[in-house]
Write a protein that binds this ligand. Structure first.
Ligand SMILES: [Mn+2]
Length: 477
């Protein structure tokens, strides 16, 4: 491998308002903890500021008594830098597939309320699940950043998720209208030299104007090295988080990368001195999150379990929880060994929401029941039946027969089976008496019960009911 410098500025996306606190602090940063530094963040010169989507929407409604749309509008009123959001394709921000009319409306309203860059991904890397959201992003004027989820698997000693797999996928997404291609390494499985080769391969085939945007975490400690190698290979943008909530399960920290690239042909143009007051502010937010026992010191360290078992951090803590509930905490190693087996049986999905939960839960069942696939979840069945989309590799047919028990399989785009649902959801919300604006319909469509609880709280607050009462005994949220 030869390393050649070319004259190219590298751009950064700051994730402290979204993925950083989602990864380290259960997405509990409040709007009032963001507002004091927005103007300063705006002056840094980031490519974008990731601030919405992912789990922020759910967390606003469920835990923070905040209207996520209101948060977006307020953020936008302080930011000229594009706001970036993360969208799970046909899943939007929820956990099932939504009908096309809901997907289009959701994208339209996100952009109308202030989102500039939409990063859209599908857990199975099935481009059909991105079609409608990508068309809507283009239609309503957003920057369309389509994602390839990085994963790896060996079959008979050969890596099946090779450069060809990712290059073909990226080319398809570019043809579908992607402005940027995101290489998303949600679990920090990507290793630096592999990353170099992959970005080189992508750069060689994508149009020169298509930007490559790399996303990783520092869970396994390779994040900074991955970014540096990607930048040398031609990546245009990378995601970082300011140090108070950077590193560990979050993104590699912003300041060291800015310093690393300064004065080189890859200089980000960011003045590190301008970052310092913002860092100081977020240190107080970090302390608050620690005091509230939301941020655990553990999430700051390096954990090589992901590299050993290919199990992302969030999934590992889910496995441990499920086993403890079943009184089988001693079976953890067996479950970790079972995860790759389940993944192989169901056609090697990348492990990211929701596939990570489906595969993880099935692995626990297989171990706890003492017999593989003696019990299967509805989600496992749906995954095998094609209801989440096409799996990247062929299914284990023997297992598929056991799991499906003759149930139908589908090969069409899953959302083709869904009738329009927007008007029906809107009518229901109106009949409940909670409709105030069109965005409420979307909150209700994606997080039905959670949104309803929030609307109850909102109504109670308007009628002057004590906020703490509304939060506690009257309306549990
Ligand atoms: Mn992430």
């Amino acid at each position: 491998m030869e390393l050649k410098f070319d004259q190219r500025k590298v751009m950064l996306t700051e994730t402290i308002l979204r993925d950083a606190h989602q990864s380290q602090a259960a997405t509990r940063m409040r709007l009032d903890e963001m507002l004091p530094v927005l103007e300063q963040l705006d002056e840094i010169g980031y490519y974008s500021i990731e601030a919405w989507g992912g789990a922020t929407f759910d967390s606003c409604l469920r835990f923070l008594n905040e209207d996520p749309w209101e948060r977006l509008r307020l953020l936008k009123s302080h930011l000229k830098t594009p706001i970036q959001m993360l969208l799970r394709g046909q899943n939007l921000l929820g956990y099932r597939h939504y009908a096309d009319d809901v997907v289009e409306q959701f994208v339209a309203k996100s952009i109308e309320n202030g989102v500039g860059v939409v990063r859209v991904f599908d857990a199975l890397n099935d481009p059909r699940n991105l079609e409608v959201s990508m068309q809507a992003i283009k239609k309503y004027g957003g920057v369309c950043e389509a994602t390839i989820c990085y994963t790896s698997a060996e079959i008979e000693g050969r890596e099946v998720f090779d450069n060809d797999y990712f290059v073909n996928l990226a080319k398809q997404l570019e043809e579908m209208g992607a402005d940027n291609i995101c290489l998303k390494d949600m679990a920090n499985l990507l290793l630096p030299l592999r990353a170099y080769e992959l970005v080189k391969a992508l750069k060689a085939v994508l149009k020169p104007e298509t930007k490559i945007h790399v996303h990783t975490h520092n869970t396994t400690g390779t994040g900074d090295m991955v970014y540096l190698m990607c930048i040398l290979a031609g990546a245009d943008i990378v995601d970082t988080a300011l140090s108070p909530l950077g590193n560990g399960t979050s993104q590699p920290a912003t300041e060291p990368l800015v310093a690393t690239l300064k004065g080189t042909p890859y200089d980000t143009g960011i003045d590190i001195n301008k970052l310092l007051p913002i860092v100081k502010h977020f240190k107080t937010v970090e302390k608050r999150l620690k005091d509230d026992k939301i941020l655990n010191e553990k999430s700051k360290g390096i954990d090589v379990n992901t590299l050993l078992y290919q199990v992302p951090g969030g999934m590992l803590s889910n496995l441990i929880n499920q086993l403890e509930k079943a009184g089988k905490a001693d079976k953890l190693m067996e479950c970790l060994a079972e995860v790759p087996n389940v993944r192989r049986d169901c056609g090697y999905p990348p492990l990211v929401t929701p596939s990570s939960q489906i595969v993880g839960t099935q692995a626990v069942m297989n171990v706890v029941m003492g017999k593989r696939y003696k019990m299967v979840t509805k989600e496992t069945k749906d995954l095998f039946a094609g209801k989440y989309g096409t799996l990247p590799m062929p299914l284990n047919e023997e297992v598929a027969e056991i799991v499906l028990k003759g149930a139908d399989r589908i090969t069409c785009r899953p959302a083709d089976l869904l009738a329009p649902e927007y008007e029906e959801i809107k009518a229901k919300l109106i009949s409940l008496g909670y409709y105030e604006k069109e965005e409420d319909v979307l909150s209700y469509a994606v997080f039905e019960q959670v949104a309803e609880n929030f609307f109850k709280w909102r109504a109670a607050k308007k009628q002057g009911v004590d906020r703490d009462m509304a939060k506690g005994e009257v309306y549990p949220v």
